[in-house]
Ligand binder design. Structure first.
Ligand SMILES: C[S@@+](CC[C@H](N)C(=O)[O-])C[C@H]1O[C@@H](n2cnc3c(N)ncnc32)[C@H](O)[C@@H]1O
Length: 248
């Protein structure tokens, strides 16, 4: 019954010719934001700076290095895709550690790695090894220790605790995992255990997807919906410098 309703709604939406022109479309809901948690100065300042940087810096290096891969065309779609913004945020905020959840073909990892300073290390989590995809990642980054991958599910509280110290020493946590309605609420509940630090930004991908609208709403830390300047399916920035509040 639920499936039939969803199919009916999709047909209704797709009957609008303008929507059929997009490469990919998703059903979602709009929710007014009064009553939700507001952004703070850190989020406004970092967003404005990153938007300006992303306008001025392209990722042609990454596109040409990976031109044999069909998804390489997305690096420089700005706004609309998040790669230039990830690159700018890694450059502006990365110092010691950046954590990514969801490596996949490594486009996010490559953008973060390209932006982050020499002092910084990228730790990326997945449950499938990076080498099993048509990857944008380079073996050298792993050999030099600049990028590390863990094949562990950190929505599991025991796994999360194993990596809590790393998360406490990170300036960016980029969560781009399955958005299956299960992983993100569990991971974000675990994340309420991180300690206050001098500055840490949580970047949450796909916050406008139906499975993610409630997850985004349940965040009670200062936050900013940056969708117009990052990923078309929704990108949220959360200031977790003073710890993380989640009522999921
Ligand atoms: C949307 S993709 C990530 C895209 C990538 N960050 C990028 O920017 O190109 C989602 C990834 O999450 C991974 N994933 C699924 N369940 C996971 C879990 N429990 N822990 C970590 N990663 C998971 C999937 O294997 C997939 O590679």
């Amino acid at each position: 019954m639920r499936m039939a309703k969803k199919t009916l709604m999709r047909r209704l939406v797709m009957s609008q010719s303008l929507l059929r022109q997009g490469r990919h479309s998703e059903l979602s809901v709009l929710v007014s934001v009064d009553g939700d948690v507001s952004p703070n100065d850190f989020l406004f300042d970092q967003s404005l700076l990153a938007i300006q940087n992303a306008r001025e810096t392209n990722l042609e290096d990454l596109t040409s290095r990976n031109k044999h891969l069909p998804d390489a065309v997305y690096y420089d779609i700005f706004p609309g895709e998040h790669y230039r913004l990830l690159h700018a945020l890694a450059r502006n905020l990365g110092k010691r550690n950046i954590v990514e959840i969801g490596t996949y073909t490594g486009m996010g990892s490559a953008s973060l790695e390209h932006g982050m300073p020499e002092s910084c290390k990228l730790t990326t989590f997945d449950i499938i090894p990076w080498g099993e995809f048509r990857t944008h990642l380079d073996e050298r980054s792993f050999a030099e220790g600049r990028v590390v991958q863990f094949l562990e599910d950190i929505s599991d509280p025991k796994m999360f605790d194993k990596h809590l110290d790393l998360l406490n020493r990170s300036e960016i946590i980029f969560c781009d995992a399955p958005k299956d309605g299960v992983f993100e609420p569990k991971f974000l509940s675990n994340l309420t255990r991180i300690k206050p630090t001098s500055s840490c930004l949580l970047i949450l991908d796909d916050i406008r997807l139906l499975n993610m609208v409630g997850v985004w709403r349940a965040i009670r830390s200062p936050k900013l919906d940056m969708t117009s300047f990052e990923h078309w399916s929704g990108t949220g920035l959360v200031d977790v410098s003073n710890g993380f509040q989640f009522e999921g």
